[in-house]
Design a protein around this ligand. Structure first.
Ligand code: NDP
Ligand code: 8X3
Length: 250
């Protein structure tokens, strides 16, 4: 499949697994993140099977986002598929105890960062009347859970913006959809709990959580449908998860 795919959050978890699955399927990759060593390693690994370009930027900084995307070499400059994956939760406190810097991080990264990247890439998709944007939402964007407050709000915003993008881009040849995973075993909880690995590991104990590869396969499925088919919104949970709050733990 000779497509150029731009993946934010490609240095870990769902984004990295998607990069690997896409590389195996012949996609040309632009891989993004802040951690240069991770970008170098994944680029070295996947360059053996496809063309890879890396971009190091923080999605919070709009100038960095726009200049990084403008700097793309010609063979990577026509982006067919954008995977807006970069994001995390920061903290898990009740609303009165929440840390305002954590709130800023979640809203700036998960919501505004996704907007900046999309804004920078959309004009060329519109000019070619062709493109596909997949936003990574969450079950947290479908149902609020205790202490999820601002993270859930950021993912509800992803849901609203996915709908808004699809409405505004209707008739312009661009597909827009969201994939909303439940609990996936990645570095997500380690980031949320600020490096407390023991607490992070507990989130995924007592049941079989989704793995990032499970979501990567579903993203691949979404982007390989026939031209007239757009998967608008898809929620995925592991067998033992029934909702944001109900997980069958042994
Ligand atoms: P990881 O922590 O494993 O990956 C997060 C990725 O986002 C990393 O590549 C990180 O790269 C990137 N990122 C974070 N902050 C920034 C930033 N400021 N600028 C640029 N890149 C950034 O978590 P997941 O793979 O689990 O998370 C990926 C997405 O999936 C997120 O949007 C998350 O909300 C969503 N999700 C996760 C679920 C889960 O249970 N794990 C379930 C539902 C949705 P770097 O640090 O190098 O910048
Ligand atoms: C990540 C899933 O339930 O930890 O969005 O919020 S959850």
């Amino acid at each position: 499949m000779n497509k150029t795919v731009f993946i934010t959050g490609a240095t870990s978890g769902i984004g990295m697994a998607t990069a690997r699955v896409f590389a195996k399927n012949g996609m040309r990759l632009i891989l993004c993140g802040r951690r240069e060593d991770r970008l170098k390693n994944i680029s070295e690994e996947l360059s053996k099977i496809t063309e890879v370009h890396t971009l190091k930027f923080d999605v919070r900084h709009k100038e960095e986002v726009f200049s990084a995307i403008q700097s793309l070499p010609k063979q990577f400059s026509e982006i067919d598929i954008l995977i807006n994956d970069a994001g995390n939760a920061h903290g898990m406190e009740t609303i009165d105890q929440g840390n305002v810097d954590d709130w800023d991080a979640m809203l700036d990264i998960n919501v505004k960062g996704m907007l900046y990247v999309s804004k920078a890439i959309l004009p060329q998709m519109i000019a070619r009347k062709s493109g596909h944007i997949i936003n990574i939402g969450s079950t947290a964007g479908k149902e609020v859970y205790p202490r999820g407050n601002v993270y859930c709000a950021s993912k509800y915003a992803v849901d609203a913006l996915t709908q808004g993008m699809r409405i505004d881009l209707n008739g312009k040849g661009i597909k827009v959809g969201a994939i909303n995973p439940g609990l996936v075993q990645t570095e997500f909880s380690e980031v949320r709990f600020k490096g407390d690995r023991e607490r992070a590991e507990k989130v995924y104990q007592g049941y079989v959580p989704l793995q990032p590869e499970d979501i990567a396969e579903i993203i691949l499925f979404a982007v390989t449908r026939p031209p007239h088919v757009n998967i608008a919104d898809l929620t995925v949970m592991c067998l033992d998860q029934a909702s944001s709050t109900i997980v069958n733990k042994k």
